[in-house]
Design a protein around this ligand. Structure first.
Ligand code: NAD
Length: 307
C-alpha cells in the first residue's frame, strides 16, 4: 500500500516523522511530494498511490480521475472544500477530514484574545480579570468544549448553547446548558463563538442578539466571519461604548472597525487559531491513523463524502 503526502505547503518535519511512523508500522510505504509548483507533478504523484494525505491542496476531478488506485484521501485539518466530493464519490474514493485536532489551539487563542481585551489590549491601563465572570459558549463542538475546559481553569462560570446536543450532554462536563442563543447572550458578559457557517447561522450574530449582552460585554470570534452581521455590529458598537469585539477572522469591514473602535476592537492579521506546531502534527498523524484504520478495518468514521 502506498500512502502519498501531497503538500504544497509542507508539514513540519516532526509531523512527517510522526506520519511515517504510523504508515510504516502498518507495513505501508510513504511517498512524499512537497512544495510542488505544477499540477502535472501532483497528477503524476497520485497516479499509483492507494491513499493520500493533503492539506489545502486542490483535489479536483482531474486529480481524482488521475488517481487510478486511490481509495482514500484525508484532508489533515477541518475544512475540505479543496476536494471535489462528487468526483471522489463517482470514483469510489473515500474523503475524510480530521476534526478536532486543532481544537485546543483555537481554544487557547480564544482565551488569549479574551485576556488581551480585558487588559485593554496591553495599553498600560488597568483592566479586569476573567475569574468569576460568565462565559457563554455558542456551539459546544470540538473547539467550544476545549474553550470550556480552559475557561474553567481561569475560574470562569461557563454556559453553553448548542441545539444539537442535550442539556445532559453539556452539563455532565460541568457547563450550564441554556435553551436558546438569546438566553446565552442575555446571561453572559463574555461570549465565544464556535458555530459553523450554515444557511441558518450566516449573519445571525446581529444587533438584536448582541444588544442583549450585559454591561462591559465582550464578543470573541474564532469561528467564521460570515456568521457576523458586519453592518449591525458597527451600529451596535456605535450605540454601546462598553462593547468590545475581538476576532481571529478579519471582517470585510476591518478598516472601518479599526478606525471607529480603536481600543475596543482587534483582529488578528490572518486566521491564526490553528497555527501551532502541535495542531499541525496532530492533524497529520490523525490523518495517517485514519488511513490505516480505513484500509485495515474499513473504519469510515470521519468520512465526509457520500458513498
Ligand atoms: P465542530 O463541528 O466540532 O462543532 C460545531 C458545533 O456547532 C457542533 O456541536 C454543532 O452541534 C454546533 N452547531 C451547529 N449549528 C449550530 C447552531 N445553529 N447554533 C448553535 N450551535 C450549532 O466544529 P469545531 O471544530 O468546534 O469548529 C467550530 C468553528 O471554529 C467553525 O466555525 C470552524 O470553522 C472554526 N474554526 C476556526 C479555526 C481558526 O483557525 N480560527 C480553526 C478551526 C475551526
Amino acid at each position: 500500500m502506498k500512502v502519498l503526502i501531497a503538500t504544497d505547503k509542507p508539514f513540519a518535519a516532526e509531523a512527517v516523522n510522526g506520519i511515517r511512523d504510523v504508515i510504516e508500522k502498518a507495513g505501508f510505504e510513504l511517498v512524499l511530494l512537497e512544495k510542488y509548483t505544477e499540477k502535472k507533478q501532483l497528477l503524476d504523484a497520485v497516479a499509483n498511490v492507494d491513499a493520500a494525505i493533503i492539506r489545502s491542496d486542490i483535489f479536483d476531478k482531474e486529480v481524482l480521475d488521475a488517481a487510478k488506485n486511490l481509495k482514500i484521501v484525508v484532508r489533515a485539518g477541518a475544512g475540505f472544500d479543496n476536494i471535489e466530493l462528487d468526483a471522489a464519490t463517482a470514483n469510489n474514493i473515500c474523503v475524510m477530514n480530521t476534526p478536532g485536532q486543532n481544537a485546543n489551539a483555537v481554544a487557547e487563542l480564544a482565551l488569549g484574545l479574551a485576556v488581551y481585551a480585558v487588559r485593554n489590549f496591553y495599553n498600560g491601563t488597568s483592566g479586569t480579570e476573567l475569574m468569576g465572570k460568565k462565559l457563554g459558549i455558542h456551539a459546544y463542538g470540538n473547539v467550544g468544549r476545549n474553550v470550556a475546559r480552559v475557561a474553567k481553569g481561569f475560574g470562569m462560570e461557563v454556559y453553553a448553547y448548542d441545539p444539537f446536543l442535550t442539556a445532559e450532554a453539556i452539563e455532565k462536563e460541568g457547563v450550564k446548558a441554556v435553551a436558546s442563543a438569546e438566553d446565552l447572550y442575555t446571561t453572559c458578559q463574555f461570549v465565544s463563538l464556535h458555530i459553523p457557517a450554515t444557511a441558518e447561522t450566516k449573519n445571525s450574530i446581529n444587533y438584536t442578539l448582541l444588544s442583549k449582552m450585559p454591561k462591559n460585554a465582550l464578543l470573541i470570534n474564532t469561528a467564521r466571519k460570515e456568521v457576523i452581521n458586519e453592518a449591525e455590529i458597527v451600529k451596535l458598537m456605535e450605540d454601546r461604548k462598553d462593547f468590545k469585539y475581538v476576532t481571529d477572522i478579519m471582517p470585510g469591514n476591518h478598516a472601518e472597525m479599526a478606525e471607529k473602535f480603536a481600543g475596543r476592537y482587534f483582529s488578528t492579521p490572518k486566521k491564526m487559531g490553528a497555527q501551532t506546531a502541535e495542531a499541525n502534527t496532530n492533524a497529520g498523524i490523525a490523518a495517517a491513523s485514519q488511513i490505516v484504520d480505513f484500509i485495515k478495518n474499513g473504519n469510515e468514521r470521519f468520512r465526509v463524502n457520500k458513498k
